[in-house]
Design a binder for this molecule. Structure first.
Ligand SMILES: Cc1cc2nc3c(=O)[nH]c(=O)nc-3n(C[C@H](O)[C@H](O)[C@H](O)COP(=O)(O)O)c2cc1C
Length: 221
């Protein structure tokens, strides 16, 4: 797996270790024009549950992260998905295995910097699958996107309606990623059947963060 040495050789910027010993890693610039039309992506989108053992490239990871929450208006920080009152309650983690430039582990997407911050070292896919009735797609896929919410951010403005707003936002993000996956010739399936507490533990989420959705990602097998 990758090390800081290989990161340097790939021209990837590392901010080095933070106080917690976690690194953060810049992602390649996303592509903003593609060859697959929105209509074709809608037509071809289908849940995929079997994957080839082919890791994602860093560029692909960056593209998927951008589709989920990339900043598209740097003045105001607005992103590829809408958000109730610009309260930005969602957090995106990637569980990755085999990406050449990065150690296996769990990485948090930092939209403002289009970067990843490593949170957990080591392959967590089995723990995540165990929290989700052992769904095989979660064990097989080379990457998993985990979408979590800090509902308090939205509740500070909208009170009880925040609960429904964060679920709506998760749908927006998941659809963005689903369509981006099609355009990249990748498969995905959205997964909502899991034990919240077990998944929160597997992802080492902070207090106040709750898991909402999982998406497997990889080449169809
Ligand atoms: C809220 C939600 C939760 C879902 N949870 C799971 C799941 O836990 N496991 C799974 O394999 N598919 C899950 N799916 C995917 C559906 O099974 C799938 O979308 C459906 O069978 C229709 O197939 P299509 O996506 O190819 O159109 C979920 C879909 C939604 C919208």
């Amino acid at each position: 797996m990758g090390s800081l040495f290989s990161l340097a050789s790939f021209g990837i910027v590392s901010d080095g270790a933070s106080a917690e010993g976690e690194g953060s890693f810049g992602l390649p610039e996303p592509v903003r024009q593609g060859e697959v039309s929105i209509e074709e992506a809608l037509e071809r989108r289908r849940s995929v549950r079997e994957y080839a053992p082919v890791p994602l490239s860093l560029a692909t990871l960056g593209q998927l992260a951008w589709a989920a929450q990339g900043v598209t208006d740097s003045d105001r920080g607005f992103r590829t998905a809408p958000t109730a009152g610009a309260t930005f309650p969602l957090e995106v983690d990637f569980l990755i295995q085999g990406v050449e430039e990065l150690d296996d582990g769990v990485y948090r997407y930092l939209p403002g910097r289009h970067a990843l911050r490593r949170r957990i070292v080591g392959d967590q896919r089995d723990a995540v699958a165990a929290a989700a009735s052992n769904q095989q797609s979660l064990r097989e896929a080379p990457a998993i996107l985990a979408l979590s919410t800090v509902t308090a951010r939205t509740a500070a403005r909208y009170g009880e309606r925040a609960e429904r707003y964060v679920h709506m936002e998760a749908g927006h993000v998941a659809q963005n990623v689903s369509l981006q996956a099609v355009a990249l010739d990748l498969g995905t399936v959205v997964i909502g059947a899991f034990d919240d507490d077990a998944l929160a533990a597997a992802l080492q989420l902070d207090d106040g963060e709750r898991p909402l959705y999982l998406m497997t990602l990889g080449e169809p097998g």
